[in-house]
Design a protein around this ligand. Structure first.
Ligand SMILES: Cc1cc2nc3c(=O)[nH]c(=O)nc-3n(C[C@H](O)[C@H](O)[C@H](O)COP(=O)(O)O)c2cc1C
Ligand code: FES
Length: 642
């Protein structure tokens, strides 16, 4: 056993020849770490990188050296912590002191105050709506109400370090499987757990694995779906770039259960950090003999190829993805025979989502009963959502299935900003639908969301307030889908296009009686006749907005009014003379010179010149509030303002 040399120099890795050797190595790694030593973790996910986390890291290294603390402090880059909007996120262990929106200039103060004196830098703490500050990450409401079983280790591990992953028990599930479980026993455990796919459909993973395992043919494939094309979703990216070994370990275990020697990770090209960290993880796993021939001394061989996709939403669909891996255009095919039986090169191929795979090691380690103990009757475990839109705390949240939408949006998300009224939440991305306030108390699981006319999808959750137009929302998603439809089947290609044309017309103030019914009719045809789930689910945003917000469609069509004041063709801006102070701010900022007036006298907007960009509305000082936005019937009433 050569594990000691492997630890002495992480670059020199030695192949592990048994689960026992892996365990010894882990013990060595843990023994060499001092849990009481200060450890500064700097989020290095894509979100925080955009805020400059690499510079924050560099500043910490420099400042710690300058103060001679190198021996007393570890500095570590980690994966995404989920609170990306507040990046750069810095957490200092063992106390879990959490600093948000950290900039390189803050580092000397953090080092001098927190690392040297053990005191807190108040101004970098999270502050709630009542002005109360929170020191520890676990106390921040955004984190406090979550159950981070799959995503939780992101904040501890350096994604580029297999030793970090191992120190937290990484690859122990694989060791357990290879040291005493038959493939059938692994399959049974996953089936018993009733792990449902996290990529959209919620299909039971164990049943899919079994289908591939039992399908005829010696060569079988297992695949990670890291395409993640939904606008606003980034759970899979953050998991793959933040803790790639967790996905890999799940994949290796799945391959063992299914009887596969070759895996693929299909990841979109727009995820360079995920690809980089994944490739590093693969190399490390190969070096340690966790991939390749005779894994951990067993007779099980398995390796993985990374396939970078060109970033088409439709290529996330299973048959399209497999066609792309074959080197052809990633378009779906009819699935008379399921891909689990005939996938890549017509061989049995099991596809699962990133999060599904990352859940597998937990099930093996903690058992199906543990997994079954979390969630609702038919949806077990936790789910990661990307909570975005009009919500105070945006980011990635992992909650047990069954938590209500209200709890997610208000307890974790902190509610709607600016005291505005909640209007709806879009779940399931472009294939999902909107859920109104009256349904906020439904428990979030696969079946309840479907009943509400939406779906779980891969976990996008976009919160909307009363300034959101629901017809415009449907239009936005249909516009996205019309661009992403591969065009192969007529119902999808033409149906989405025709629905989009009607929605564009309604938003342009040219809607007519019968439009809603026509939308419903086309939607029905597309749902039933489209080739793949892109088309079959594309009408969801239209149907769910009609179902829950029909009055808004009617206002657009009959009254030529956009109640939310969004559709440009249906709104106008006016300056109320009694409120205008003639400060000239709007006049100076209007990009098209549509405002006239002199100092200290009421200004006027030339409606023929106005492009309705809303700049005047935004820049008018709040104490005056002289610019008003009007739509429909209000316009007639406001005619006196012209
Ligand atoms: C248009 C379209 C796009 C999809 N995109 C993704 C995706 O990006 N990631 C994903 O995991 N599943 C996606 N799916 C679902 C996959 O087809 C497949 O059901 C899933 O990857 C299976 O994994 P799971 O059972 O673990 O959920 C998409 C489906 C459709 C129809
Ligand atoms: S990238 Fe830093 S919290 Fe998400």
């Amino acid at each position: 056993m050569t594990s000691n040399s492997a630890i002495a120099d992480p670059e020199i890795r030695a192949k592990l020849n048994s689960p026992r050797e892996l365990d010894d190595l882990r013990k060595d790694i843990v023994a060499k770490r001092d849990p009481t030593k200060l450890c500064v973790t700097i989020c290095s996910g894509t979100g925080c990188r955009a805020y400059g986390s690499e510079d924050v890291y560099g500043s910490f290294v420099k400042e710690v050296q300058k103060t001679g603390l190198q021996e007393k402090v570890d500095i570590r880059r980690t994966g995404c912590h989920g609170f990306c909007e507040r990046g750069t996120v810095v957490v200092i262990f063992p106390e879990e002191v959490c600093y948000l929106r950290v900039k390189p200039d803050d580092i000397p103060e953090i080092v001098a105050t927190t690392l040297v004196e053990g005191k807190i830098v108040d101004r970098l703490l999270y502050e709630d709506g009542d002005g109360q500050k929170m020191v520890h990450e676990g106390d921040i409401p955004f984190y406090k109400h979550q159950n981070r079983t799959v995503f939780g280790n992101n904040k501890f591990v350096d994604p580029k370090s297999i030793e970090d992953y191992m120190a937290l028990g990484g690859y122990s599930a694989l060791a357990k499987v290879l040291s005493g479980m038959t493939p059938e026993a692994v399959l049974d455990e996953v089936k018993k757990a009733n792990l449902r796919g996290r990529g959209g459909g919620g299909f039971p993973a164990g049943i899919k694995w079994e289908t591939t395992r039992n399908a005829p043919g010696d060569i079988k494939y297992v695949i990670v779906n890291a395409d993640e094309g939904d606008p606003g979703a980034y759970m899979d990216r953050s998991l793959l770039e933040g803790n790639p070994h967790s996905v890999l370990e799940g994949l290796i275990i799945g391959a063992y259960a299914i009887g596969s020697e070759q895996g693929f990770v299909y990841v979109r090209q727009e995820y360079p950090l995920a690809v980089e960290n994944l490739n590093i993880a693969l190399k490390q796993a190969r070096d340690y003999g966790l991939l390749g021939s005779n894994i951990l001394g067993s007779d099980f061989d398995f390796d993985v190829i990374v396939h970078q996709g060109a970033g088409a939403f439709v290529s996330g669909e299973s048959s399209a993805l497999m066609t792309a891996i074959e080197g052809r255009v990633g378009e779906p095919r009819p699935k008379y025979v399921r891909t689990a039986v005939s996938g890549i090169w017509e061989r049995p191929s099991n596809l699962n989502n990133v999060e599904t795979w990352a859940t597998v090691p937990l099930i093996i380690n903690k058992g199906a009963d543990w997994f079954q103990s979390i969630g609702t009757e038919k949806s077990k475990g936790t789910k990661i959502f990307s909570l975005v839109g009009k919500v105070n705390n945006t980011g990635l949240v992992e909650v047990p299935m069954g938590m209500t939408l209200r709890e997610i949006i208000y307890n974790i998300g902190g509610g709607v900003p600016g005291g505005r009224k909640f209007k709806a939440v879009q779940t399931g991305g472009p294939s999902g639908g909107v859920i109104p306030e009256s349904l906020l108390d439904i428990p979030v699981d696969f079946d309840e969301l479907s009943k509400a006319g939406s779906m779980m999808g891969s976990g996008g959750m976009i919160v909307m307030d009363d300034t959101t137009c629901m017809v415009d929302v449907a239009r936005y998603f249909l516009n996205f889908l019309s661009g992403e439809s591969c065009g192969k089947c007529v119902p999808c290609r033409e149906g989405i296009h025709q629905m989009l044309k009607i929605l564009n017309r309604i938003c342009a103030g040219k809607g007519k009686d019968g439009d809603i019914e026509q939308l419903e009719e086309i939607a029905g045809v597309v749902q039933t006749a489209a080739l793949c789930a892109l088309g079959q689910t594309a009408p969801n945003p239209v149907l769910s907005t009609i179902r829950h917000f029909r009055d808004e469609y009617e206002a657009h069509i009959r009254e030529k009014r956009c109640p939310a004041g969004v559709c440009k063709a249906l709104i106008s801006y006016y300056i109320q003379p009694e409120k205008c102070q003639g400060c000239m701010i709007c006049l100076r900022n209007c990009p098209v010179g549509a405002i006239t007036g002199v100092k200290k006298e009421a200004h006027v907007i030339d409606q023929d010149k106005c492009t309705k960009c809303g700049t005047c509305f935004e820049v008018c000082p709040s104490q005056f509030g002289a610019v008003t936005k009007l739509s429909g019937v209000e316009l007639a009433e406001a005619a006196g303002l012209r």
